[in-house]
Design a binder for this molecule. Structure first.
Ligand code: GLN
Length: 265
């Protein structure tokens, strides 16, 4: 049995559990035989029982504050960055999995890290806070109905503004900027084998701007093909939008399949 946890401190956690259940049914109908358990995670013990984790959308500052208050942040960092278990962040979850994020007016929050990216919180600004749009998700193409456009919901969404070079001390360099919060580096005794961490950030999906969702016009080096809205690096996956607020289980199906593949490697 494989246990997939959803961090349940704030935000859209029960929606994720619903879709995970739906995804498992789809997977098993397609011939998979895995037994899954989906569970809400609020404590270190609950986290320790998980093979994989989702950090949901919500408010990253709130999730991070509650995690810090519950003494869970170090366990989360250990799960994601040392044990390197499969972890998926949606929206606020993507922010928390980034190594670097912009500080908003309300301040920063402590990040978990795991993805060598800098995210821009609330990228699409205030007036256009929320929008939905149909997008192409190339990574779904191997699924049945994978080519049907995906209805993506963006709510005060972040985007990946920059992919950070995978070099020693990058957090320190990012942290020198006073508009920035960074995830703490691992302690020397926590270092994980190089082959596990030396994986590239893959851009999984981009959003080309249209009049409907103009974004803040901030030219940056990685977004000439649109804003980066889904990335993967080793065990970590992040999306700007909220699959959990739709009833389309395809990304959850894809992600559960990825988990099965990593565990069988
Ligand atoms: N803007 C939110 C944040 O900074 C994320 C919004 C969301 O998860 N819908 O945490």
């Amino acid at each position: 049995q494989l246990t997939v946890g959803v961090l349940a401190l704030q935000g859209a956690f029960s929606e994720h559990i619903q879709l995970l259940r739906k995804a498992a049914v789809t997977l098993n109908a397609g011939g998979a035989t895995a037994q899954w358990k989906f569970t809400e995670v609020r404590t270190a013990e609950e986290l320790a029982s998980c093979d994989a984790l989702i950090v949901p959308g919500g408010e990253s500052t709130a999730i991070s504050l509650v995690a810090a208050r519950n003494g869970l942040l170090d366990n989360l960092r250990d799960f994601v960055k040392v044990k390197r278990k499969p972890t998926w962040g949606t929206c606020a979850g993507l922010i928390l999995l980034a190594e670097s994020a912009n500080r908003t007016k309300k301040g920063g929050q402590e990040l978990i890290g795991g993805l060598d990216v800098r995210v821009n919180r609330n990228h699409f600004g205030r007036q256009t806070e929320s929008f939905t749009t149909n997008i192409e998700l190339p990574f779904l193409s191997s699924l049945p109905e994978g080519n049907i456009p995906y209805h993506a919901i963006f709510i005060r969404a972040p985007v990946v503004e920059k992919i950070l070079p995978h070099v020693e001390g990058i957090q320190t360099k990012e942290a020198e900027r006073d508009d920035t919060v960074v995830a703490p580096s691992l302690q020397p005794e926590e270092q994980v084998p190089r082959d596990l961490i030396n994986t590239e950030v893959e851009v999984m999906a981009s959003l080309i701007r249209t009049e409907k969702h103009p974004g803040t016009v901030q030219p940056n080096e990685t977004s000439s093909g649109g804003d980066i809205i889904a990335v993967r690096q080793g065990n970590c996956f992040g999306t700007s939008f909220h699959p959990e607020l739709t009833d389309d289980p395809r990304i959850h199906v894809w992600w559960l399949q990825e988990i099965l593949q990593t565990l069988h490697k």
